[in-house]
Write a protein that binds this ligand. Structure first.
Ligand code: ADP
Length: 332
């Protein structure tokens, strides 16, 4: 079963087309937006490069979109790269020394930067100088290069994996949270009109409920529903179209996928509702501890379906109810 959170190349194209190009199109995250606009306006008034910025939060919440909006607002070019592609110190040195003044280097998956690369980045971010060592042993020489003013915008889903020194080099750090239901509805309506899709307001609400509070998932589900409507010759997407599409995708009304349901039923059936330690849960699910912690749990906690306690994970009464399973704790 294909996970809703993953993207195939076709979806990436749609994702790009639907990406907000102005602050007004960027729905929600109002605090982050107003703070960012302040930083940008101040930098523009001083004719300086924007401060280095760090965004963190779950995948699909709009970190990359913000980076591009900042570039647009500053009127500068943005050069995208990712943590794992910057393997050697030379890779980052080459990128930085080729930046035009005021350009933005956008580093996605910043938690995957290795130590060598980070060590080149710290001084470059702080003093705008590159310190390089050429050669090895006694003949090694160090030299430094002045860099033009530039901005690093980094994005990560795992801010705790970023080293302390790197984190402290950012002028501001922003956490992107899950979206409100009403914001997801707005995003769906905007995307539907861009994709020329006619959708009833009840259908928008049903779709938003299954979108995991995440814009990328909302757009993705909308696109699948559009496919379904097209193949079945339906002129308008209504609630039935949404429900039938969700059923085909094995996504339930609250956006839970197979893996989410399996996690909950394992806690309930194999571990008596918990508490169960993360490692034991991972072993029972044959999955990685990291995936459970970073991918499934945040959403299930947001729904209030599991609690993290010092002794382990617990399935809540809401989870039993949603899965239609008898809850022994409440049985008399
Ligand atoms: P991230 O970098 O956090 O994984 P993206 O910035 O790539 O997320 O966002 C994924 C998609 O979700 C974008 O292409 C865009 O269509 C949509 N999106 C994200 N944030 C918003 C928003 N605030 N308003 C409208 N659409 C959004």
């Amino acid at each position: 079963m294909q996970e809703i959170t993953n993207l195939n190349p076709e979806d990436q194209t749609v994702d790009l087309a639907l990406r907000p190009k102005t602050w007004d199109e960027y729905v929600g995250q109002d605090k982050v937006k107003s703070n960012l606009r302040l930083i940008i306006d101040a930098a523009k008034q001083r004719s300086e490069a924007c401060d280095h910025l760090l965004f963190y939060g779950q995948a699909g919440l709009g970190k990359t979109t913000l980076a591009y909006l900042i570039g647009k607002e500053m009127g500068v070019n943005i050069r995208p790269t990712t943590g794992p592609t910057l393997e050697r110190a030379g890779d980052v040195a080459a990128l930085l020394s080729n930046l035009e003044p005021y350009e933005i280097l956008f580093i996605d998956e910043a938690h995957r930067l290795n130590k060598l690369v980070e060590e080149i980045l710290y001084p470059a971010m702080e003093t705008r100088r590159l310190h390089l060592i050429v050669g090895k042993g006694p003949s090694a020489r160090t030299f430094s290069i002045d860099l033009p003013p530039f901005t690093i915008v980094a994005a990560t889903t795992k801010v705790n994996l970023l080293s302390g020194p790197l984190r402290s080099r950012f002028g501001a750090t922003f956490r992107l949270d899950y979206y409100q239901h009403s914001d997801i509805e707005k995003i769906i309506k905007r995307s539907a009109s861009m994709l020329n899709v006619s959708i009833s307001s009840e259908a928008v609400a049903t779709l938003a409920k299954a979108a995991r509070f995440t814009p990328r998932v909302a757009n993705r589900l909308l696109k699948r529903t559009r496919d379904y409507a097209q193949v079945n010759n339906l002129k308008q997407i209504d609630e039935t179209t949404i429900n039938q599409t969700l059923e085909l995708l094995d996504v339930d009304t609250l956006g839970l996928e197979n893996a989410d349901r399996q996690l909950l039923t394992t806690i309930i059936k194999k571990f008596n509702g918990g508490p169960v330690g993360l490692k034991a849960l991972a072993a029972a699910l044959n999955d990685e501890v990291g995936t459970i912690e970073d991918v499934y749990e945040p959403f299930l906690m947001k729904l209030g379906f599991i609690h993290r306690t010092p002794t382990g994970r617990i399935a809540t009464a809401l989870a039993y109810e949603h899965l239609n399973l008898p809850n022994r704790a409440t049985l008399v």
